[in-house]
Ligand binder design. Structure first.
Ligand SMILES: *Cc1c(COP(=O)(O)O)cnc(C)c1O
Length: 456
């Protein structure tokens, strides 16, 4: 039953869209380890990073100190198209589970790209345009980032070249057409258009590709094309900064009703939605003002936090990007063709890696079939058809709510519902037909790919 004073949807006003992004690094006593030049092993400078990234974004990447970064007015204007996003109370799911837990979710799927990725895509396209670039290159796994970026580039009149991981390109042909509708060009990766791609195809003919490889291809093209830079939709500090709008809005909405979450849950691919959702809460935790339980949820098939190692690694297969200290499975790790394409990256945000290592957050992994069971339960109770990635968070939330049922604890849970799953119906079909299998890499497989991490 609905509680008296708490609506099912907590909406904010347009003027409550944050004016500043929050940089959680400013409140971290131990900062994330610096990105290193792969040749010299020295920390990357803004100048070096600007060879690949837009200059303002390179500055944001290395800025560990500015707590609040003003959101340019043009970006706020575009945010108004789909923000503030609603914070929902999952009354029907709670009732179905017969749990005393109170479940809230921040829904980021309310835009054509279908995910939270547009929050950073708009920012990155804005800075690229401001720098006078002709276009940007990027990779996309499941296609959400490519779609978000294609859309953002069309608003700013920028060219957009997307390398799409081949397995997703084949599983989700309609994603490609959405990107083309927004004017982007889409190439399946590995491709024959780059040295990295050609080399990989020779070594592993028939490979279904990986994000690490698509990144190398996109960087190669950006560096080799006049007027182009490379942009990335997750993992980087700048992306977590932009995604802090999710957490800032969620906190404003909860504060209105005096709601304080006990547990905050998010799926983790490269860590951007989770990093954004938890940002202001983590800030309070880091400053010792309040405590929250924070849980990252990853697929058992690509378990960076729960089975990876915290060390410097390459961000891409071609080893052209800076080295990052993060929880990683090794840059050569190619996950099984798991359906949650957006959670297939071998590494994890450096910020979240540092926080996880220091015990500020926990992580858990879940199997694919239980994720889709949770997705279906959510669709049937809450009405929204969730993305498989988001459903990892739903799955972990349901488990927490079931624990509350056993203990009688009236916990308040907040989770991030990052997007919708309309392009993932092949995966839903496999689940409905009983053809979906659970997979986790063996210890030997992980040892093998981790053995390839750089030693110095
Ligand atoms: C990309 C994506 C994710 C995972 O990426 P993060 O950077 O970890 O947030 C999760 N959900 C959806 C819908 C996505 O598109």
């Amino acid at each position: 039953m609905q509680e008296k004073n708490i609506p099912t949807k907590i909406y904010l006003e347009e003027n409550e869209i944050p004016r500043y992004w929050y940089n959680v690094r400013a409140d971290m006593k131990e900062k994330p380890a610096p990105l290193l030049n792969p040749g010299t092993h020295q920390p990357m400078t803004v100048e070096e990073l600007s060879g690949v990234f837009c200059e303002e974004l390179a500055k944001q990447e290395l800025d560990d100190d500015t707590r609040l970064v003003e959101i340019p007015e043009e970006i706020r204007e575009l945010y108004k198209m789909y923000r503030p996003s609603p914070l929902m109370r999952a009354y029907r799911l709670e009732k179905y589970l017969k749990t005393p837990a109170k479940i809230y979710y921040k829904f980021e799927g309310n835009n054509t790209s279908g995910s939270h990725k547009l929050n950073s895509a708009l920012a990155q396209a804005y800075y690229a345009k401001k720098q006078g670039l002709k276009g940007v290159t990027t990779e996309t796994g499941a296609g959400q980032w490519g779609t978000a970026l294609a859309m953002a580039c069309s608003f700013f009149n920028l060219d957009c070249k997307v390398f799409m991981v081949k397995v997703s390109y084949e599983q989700k042909p309609f994603r490609r057409e959405v990107m083309r509708t927004y004017g982007a060009s889409v190439t399946p990766s590995p491709s024959t258009e780059t040295q990295v791609g050609r080399k990989l195809l020779e070594e592993f003919p028939g490979t279904t590709g990986s994000l690490g490889c698509a990144i190398s291809e996109a960087v190669e093209v950006a560096v080799g094309t006049e007027g182009y830079k490379y942009v990335l939709g997750s993992v980087l500090n700048q992306v977590l900064l932009h995604q802090s709008v999710i957490g800032l809005e969620a906190k404003t909405a909860l504060d209105k009703y005096g709601i304080v979450p006990d547990t905050i849950i998010g799926c983790a691919g490269g860590g951007s939605n989770l990093g954004g959702l938890i940002a202001p809460f983590m800030g309070e935790k880091l400053r010792g003002e309040r405590d929250y339980e924070i849980i990252a949820v990853e697929p058992a098939s690509c378990p960076s936090f729960t089975r990876g190692k915290f060390l410097y690694d390459f961000c891409d297969t071609g080893k052209v990007c800076p080295l990052a200290k993060m929880y990683t499975l090794g840059s050569g790790f190619i996950p099984s063709p798991n359906h949650a394409g957006g959670l297939r990256y071998h590494g994890m945000s450096g910020i979240l890696s540092e926080l996880y290592d220091k015990g500020y957050m926990n992580a858990t992994s879940v199997f694919q079939t239980e994720v889709f069971k949770a997705a279906e339960m959510f669709a049937r109770t809450e009405g929204i058809l969730p993305a498989p990635e988001s459903s990892h968070a739903i799955c972990a939330t349901i488990k927490e709510a079931e624990k509350c049922k056993e203990t009688g604890e009236e916990k308040t849970i907040l989770f991030g519902l990052t997007g919708t799953g309309y392009f993932d119906m092949t995966a839903y079909e496999a689940f409905h037909d009983g053809k979906m299998s659970d997979y986790a890499p063996t210890d030997e497989e992980l040892e093998k790919s981790l053995a390839q991490t750089p030693k110095f």
